[in-house]
Design a protein around this ligand. Sequence first.
Ligand SMILES: C[S@@+](CC[C@H](N)C(=O)[O-])C[C@H]1O[C@@H](n2cnc3c(N)ncnc32)[C@H](O)[C@@H]1O
Ligand code: FES
Length: 453
Amino acid sequence: MEPFRFHLFVCTQQKPEGVPSCPANGSFAVLDVLDRETQARGLSDDVQLTTCGCMGLCDEGPVMVVYPAGVWYRRVKPSDVSEIVATYLGDGKPVERLVWNDAPAMKAMAVEHADKFRAAMAARDKAGMLPDRLEQMIRSYMPSRCILTALELDLFTAVGEGADAEHIGAKVHADPRAVGMLLNALVALGLLAKSGNDYKNTPDSARFFVQGSKDNHRNGLLHTANIWHRWSTLTDAVRTGTRVPIDRDDTRDWTRNFITGMQRNAKDRAPLVVKALGTAGIRRVLDLGGGSGAYSIAFAKASPDVRCEILDVPEVVPLTAEYVRQAGVSEQVSLRSGDMLQGDFGSGYDIIMLNAICHMFSEEQNRDIFCRAHRALAPNGRLVVQDFILNPDKAGPQHAALFSLNMLVATDAGATYSEPEYTQWMKAAGFSDVCRINLPGPSGLIVGRVTSN
Ligand SMILES: C[S@@+](CC[C@H](N)C(=O)[O-])C[C@H]1O[C@@H](n2cnc3c(N)ncnc32)[C@H](O)[C@@H]1O
Ligand code: FES
């Protein structure tokens, strides 16, 4: 059975630098063009494009095999793709100059490769060498730090339409030799291109990292850069059990970067949450720690009958007001300055939302918020927690487990929590029908209802 007319496998096996491989010869670029060309020619439903691991023919890469006919292509370049798609995928004629059909030679090469690979692995194992995957995990801070430093210096903006290290260094007020080293590393990471002494932004860098570009994420990512400094205190935080002071002036622009970062995460997610909850019968929503207002804005846009109140700290509320005004929903969304850790929330709400809030607080603080939320909800009203939810054993999913440490280094008593914990706290606060709603992406919802008597 063949569900597709053509099934293309393109090898994308990553190998250590210097070892021949399909990605080193450009297989990702080939894959990218294949995807675009098949779409452009309306072949997406006929062609299934799949990445695959090493086929043992690495010196001849990028290698691609097409089924059901079993046609093997080697040394495919992005510039060959259009011809392959137009001829072979169009009328079934293989592009002969790229076809490799010497089966005995291919098999001999693959077997020799497999033998060498096994022997090398056995020798490394015997010598007690650190496996590549551990090396890579340990050193993964290096690329991360390069990008964050470039963002902190606003280097991508300084690169602009293209310049040399001296000009870029002068623009960012940094040492030209060191800037040159950073620029070269960014080229090696695929975030800049170099021609002679000049550096240029790649399309992704120009789109996402340059100030003034429509999809610029720099301000939100500067929050990640701030958090990076906190992560370097992890060892002391684990020793002491809470965040430790850091010797750095990271409070400048902290709030704005933080809320920009929150908005970046929330704006696409908010409509999904609103859809999962529904708007039928919803009149009043309380958005605790509403930050950028993304969730209230999504509710207001989903239904003209909904009125939302956002409660946030005084230094954030003016920023929230900007987002609400820009979204054109000021009539439906009102703002309140305050501290959600104390006082009454009011009464008669149909929904109280805690989006990305509970991880900032301790178990006791969350239990207390849940109890006050229960009192503030109307009969049948719902408390909604959106967060990174840990498995019952708390050892996964990976993002939720890592994020717990994010909260250890950044807060007094925050952590991520498991579904059984949230369920237990909600029930203890008086909620019933407690259930989990899974969403695409790393966070999920836990929802509890106030039973009407
Ligand atoms: C992680 S952000 C989440 C923002 C928003 N709910 C979202 O998902 O995009 C936490 C928000 O809670 C606010 N916040 C933190 N402590 C607070 C408190 N004690 N009272 C009110 N708001 C608080 C922060 O200012 C921030 O806007
Ligand atoms: S890396 Fe592609 S065939 Fe080996």
